[in-house]
Design a protein around this ligand. Structure first.
Ligand SMILES: NC(=O)c1ccc[n+]([C@@H]2O[C@H](COP(=O)([O-])OP(=O)(O)OC[C@H]3O[C@@H](n4cnc5c(N)ncnc54)[C@H](O)[C@@H]3O)[C@@H](O)[C@H]2O)c1
Length: 329
C-alpha cells in the first residue's frame, strides 16, 4: 500500500457538493465559500474538525501553519483532511496534510476555476516566506478531487479570467491540437476544466516529483508571474500575474529567437482577448519598481541555478522548454 499523498492519477468525482461530501473527515474551508454557499457547512456529516480560514497569500505562511496545525492534531493516522477553496486554501491544506501524522489522506474541493484547472492537480503544496512565493513546499497528492460546478457560480468575471489564463497556458505548452481548437473558439467551463486537468495530469504522471524536468513546462509565465505577484504585495492575483508573465516570456522567447514572431503575436492576442492581460497593465505593474528589485526577485526564482536565470520559453504550439536566459535577453 502506498503512503498517503504518494503520486496517483487524479481521481475526480463530479456532482453536487451535498452528494459527494465525505463523512468523518477534518475540514479546512474558505470562509467566503462557506458564506456564499451555506449548503457546504450544512452538508458536512460527522466532521472531526471544521476550520474556516481567510483565503489569500497570507494563509500560505508559517504563521498560519503554526496557528492552525495544532487544531488538526486530533486527526487519526489514516484520517482524511478535506480542503474546500481556491488555490491558496488547497496549497496550505496540502502542506498540513503532508505534516500531520506524517501524512494523512487529502481530498480537494477546488472552488475557483484556477484551482479546478491547475492547483488541485499535481500534488504541490506550498508556503510563501516573506515576499518569496512558494519558498517552502511539499508534494502530497490528493486521493480524490470533488468538482462541484455549482460552487463556481459565485466567481466574478475576473476570477474566471484567472482560471482561463492557467488553462490556456496548459493548452499552448502541452497540446497543439487543443491550442488550435481553443484559440479559434473559447471552450465552455466544463470542457476547460476537464481538458486542462487531463493535460496537467499527463505531465505530472511523467514527472510526479519534478525530478526529470518534464514538469517544468507548467511554469510558462511563472518566472515573471511570481515576481509580479511579489512586487505588488500579492495585490495582483496569481492568475493575472501568470497571464502578464506569459507576455514577458513571449518577449524573451522572441529576443532569443526561440519563439516565432507569428506564434507570439497569436498567443498574445488570445491572452489579451480572454484574460485581459495587456502591455499597458504590465507596464503599470512593473514601472513602479526599480529594475534591481525585479532582478533580485528573479534571482530568488527556484528555477535559477548558480546565478543564471532559467525560463520556460515557447517554441511552437504544444512545445515549451526550460532554457538558460543570458543577461542580454
Ligand atoms: N499547487 C499548485 O500546483 C498551484 C498551481 C497554480 C496556482 N497555485 C496557487 O494558487 C493560488 C491562487 O489560487 P486562487 O486564485 O484560487 O486563490 P484564492 O484561494 O486566494 O482564491 C481567490 C479568491 O476567490 C475567493 N473564492 C474562492 N472560491 C470562491 C467561490 N466559489 N466564489 C467566490 N469567491 C471564491 C477566495 O475567497 C479568494 O478571495 C496561488 O497561491 C498560487 O500560487 C498553486
Amino acid at each position: 500500500m502506498s503512503a498517503p499523498g504518494s503520486h496517483c492519477p487524479p481521481n475526480d468525482r463530479w456532482g453536487r457538493f451535498a452528494s459527494l461530501a465525505p463523512k468523518g473527515a477534518a475540514w479546512i474551508i474558505d470562509a467566503k465559500v462557506a458564506r456564499l454557499h451555506p449548503a457546504v457547512l450544512r452538508s458536512i456529516r460527522a466532521p472531526l474538525q471544521v476550520e474556516l480560514v481567510t483565503a489569500g497569500e497570507d494563509l500560505k505562511s508559517t504563521r498560519a501553519l503554526e496557528r492552525l496545525a495544532p487544531k488538526l492534531l486530533g486527526l487519526p493516522r489514516g484520517g482524511t483532511l478535506v480542503a474546500v477553496g481556491g488555490g491558496t486554501v488547497g496549497d496550505f491544506a496540502t502542506v498540513v496534510a503532508h505534516l500531520v501524522k506524517r501524512g494523512v489522506t487529502l481530498v480537494q474541493v477546488p472552488t475557483t476555476l484556477l484551482a479546478a484547472v491547475d492547483s488541485s492537480v499535481g500534488g504541490k503544496g506550498a508556503l510563501n516566506v516573506g515576499k518569496v512565493k512558494n519558498a517552502l513546499g511539499v508534494f502530497h497528492y490528493a486521493a480524490r478531487t470533488l468538482l462541484c460546478p455549482e460552487l463556481f457560480e459565485t466567481l466574478t468575471p475576473a476570477q474566471h479570467r484567472e482560471g482561463i489564463a492557467e488553462a490556456l497556458k496548459m493548452a499552448v505548452c502541452l497540446d497543439a491540437a487543443v491550442w488550435k481548437r481553443w484559440s479559434r473558439r473559447a471552450p465552455g467551463t466544463l470542457e476547460l476544466v476537464k481538458t486542462a486537468r487531463a493535460l496537467k495530469a499527463r505531465v505530472c504522471a511523467a514527472d510526479p516529483y519534478e525530478q526529470t524536468g518534464r514538469r517544468s513546462v507548467l511554469n510558462f509565465g511563472h518566472t515573471f508571474g511570481h515576481v509580479i505577484e511579489s512586487l505588488s504585495g500579492f495585490r495582483v492575483h496569481h492568475g493575472e500575474a501568470v497571464a502578464l508573465g506569459m507576455l514577458c516570456a513571449l518577449d524573451v522567447g522572441r529576443a532569443m529567437e526561440r519563439t516565432p514572431w507569428p506564434l507570439a503575436e497569436q498567443v498574445e492576442a488570445v491572452l489579451t482577448a480572454r484574460t485581459g492581460a495587456s502591455r499597458g497593465r504590465l507596464k503599470a505593474v512593473l514601472e513602479r519598481h526599480p529594475a534591481e528589485e525585479v532582478g533580485r526577485l528573479l534571482g530568488a526564482d527556484k528555477k535559477s541555478a548558480g546565478g543564471a536565470l532559467r525560463m520556460v520559453l515557447l517554441e511552437r504550439p504544444g512545445v515549451a522548454r526550460l532554457v538558460e536566459v543570458p543577461r542580454w535577453a
